[in-house]
Ligand binder design. Structure first.
Ligand SMILES: [Zn+2]
Length: 318
């Protein structure tokens, strides 16, 4: 049995997992991120997580899910929104010194899309749109069973598609992005603004709870945010015609309180098609999505290599 190591360098959590070639998670450890510790501190913390595994095997490769933009060669991180020191940081090289063998890296949304496709809610589909609704909104696209990265590795950035012209300011500097109206903090901020509350004291989950208790401002806030999320998804569905849309991230934990109105909003906004044509499903991998996605990167790369060895073709050669 072959084992791979999946590492998840998230903004708030670091995680490490040992995964077998069938996608079974053998070991999984997490710890909070200390943003002030920088890359060296994060690598030491991840190494301690792996050292605490009870299964002692040599991984055949390492996959990295990184919570921020990475360079086109996928060897360096460009920045982290959570702390300094990640600018042009050769993370793949440093990880390769600790665990010799192939090391591959992707941004977290792409890794999560691949993880759900290989091991989660996307199993059995060929064309998939994955969207994480969390502190921000990100996405990943699988087309014909392969991660679609675009020309500059920027595909899937559904969070920065504009759904409200001249709308609320987004962290990216533009106005009315999907992220600025439907991310967890955006839902909380919108509700706080309407209720005269301090936005730092409210969470999206509390807005869902208030809406369940019949609070009209909470209900209106969710109606507004979820409707706009539905419009954003419908636009993406019209463009990509996926088999399935999978929603992950913290806000997706609201379950049917999110999914029922979201499906209705997508159906109302998408181009006419058979009812229920595109299933909108909750992600299945939970907190382990980063490490499983990272492992899927290694496993899919090695599968491509094996295939090319059989056919005599370089997998990077179109
Ligand atoms: Zn934006």
């Amino acid at each position: 049995m072959q084992y791979v190591l999946g590492l998840d360098f998230g903004g708030t959590k670091l995680a490490a997992g040992l995964i077998d070639s069938s996608g079974r998670l053998i070991e999984f450890r997490r710890c909070p991120t200390d943003p002030s510790a920088g890359p060296a501190g994060a690598i030491s913390a991840v190494q301690r997580l792996v050292d605490s595994f009870t299964t002692r095997v040599r991984p055949a490769g390492v996959g990295i899910s990184f919570g921020g933009p990475i360079d086109q060669a996928r060897t360096r991180t460009l920045l982290s929104h959570h702390g300094p020191g990640w600018e042009e940081y050769p993370l793949v090289e440093h990880i390769g010194r600790l665990w010799p063998g192939p090391v591959v890296m992707e941004n977290d949304a792409n890794a999560a899309a691949l993880g759900e496709f290989c091991f989660g809610a996307g199993r059995g589909y060929r064309n998939l749109l994955y969207v994480t609704v969390s502190t921000g909104i990100g996405g990943g696209v699988i087309i014909n069973g392969e991660l679609y990265r675009g020309s500059r590795g920027l595909s899937g950035e559904i969070g920065h598609t504009i759904v409200v012209p001249s709308g609320p300011l987004c962290p990216c500097g533009k106005q009315g992005c999907l992220e600025a109206v439907a991310s967890g903090p955006s839902i909380a901020r919108h509700y706080a603004g309407r209720s005269g509350l301090d936005p730092t004291t409210v969470t999206a989950e509390e807005v869902f709870q208030q809406a369940e208790r019949g609070n009209p401002l909470a209900r209106e806030t969710l109606e507004w945010s979820i409707n706009l999320l539905g419009i954003g998804l419908a636009n993406a569905i019209n463009l990509l015609d996926p088999d399935v849309v999978i929603i992950g991230g913290g806000v997706s934990r609201a379950g049917d309180r999110l999914f029922a109105p979201l499906r209705a909003a997508v159906a109302a906004a998408a181009a006419p098609s058979p009812p229920g044509a595109v299933p909108i499903l909750p992600a299945a991998l939970g907190d382990a999505v980063g490490v499983l996605g990272a492992a899927a990167l290694v496993l899919s790369t090695s599968a491509a290599r094996q295939q090319s060895a059989q056919t005599g073709q370089d997998p990077s050669d179109p």
